[in-house]
Design a protein around this ligand. Sequence first.
Ligand code: PNS
Length: 162
Amino acid sequence: MKRAIYPGSFDPVTFGHLDIIKRSAEMFDEIIVGVLNNSQKNSLFNADVRVTILKDLLTDFDNVKVEAFDGLLVDFAKKKDANIIVRGLRAVTDFEYELQIAQTNKVQMPTLDTVFLVTDLNYSYLSSSIVKEFASYGGDISKFVPASIIPLIEAAYKEKEN
Ligand code: PNS
């Protein structure tokens, strides 16, 4: 059984993340989307909301699970008995950071391999930060995230204003 973890903040999930999840679900027997429960105060959504959003968007994928995790990714991988981490690579700028994390995780857990999927050309510019920047100014984010979550993002910014 090839079980892989696709970890991230997903604050919010973008079309780029969903594309990586769909492609990796075809490559591995099971994908666990690991939502980092970072207690950063500047998160748009708390981890429970991010998990719910992802679950709602991924109901059609029988081999994809979504779970929040705290602490180190290697500990989550051990707990879930997973030996593969999936990460998307958009550009060379991602590479240095991703390589360092992958190698550190490998030193900590030698059975853990990180697999990089090259982001679809249509989403290579896209990041959660870009979505938040646009949304914070009331910009059009319909090309970045699924229509179903746009009202949630807009509501989160309205709440921040009050
Ligand atoms: O979507 P992101 O924010 O790029 O995802 C980063 C993530 C969650 C993969 C990374 O920050 C992570 O694995 N955090 C958990 C703590 C950890 O294990 N850090 C790596 C130590 S070098």
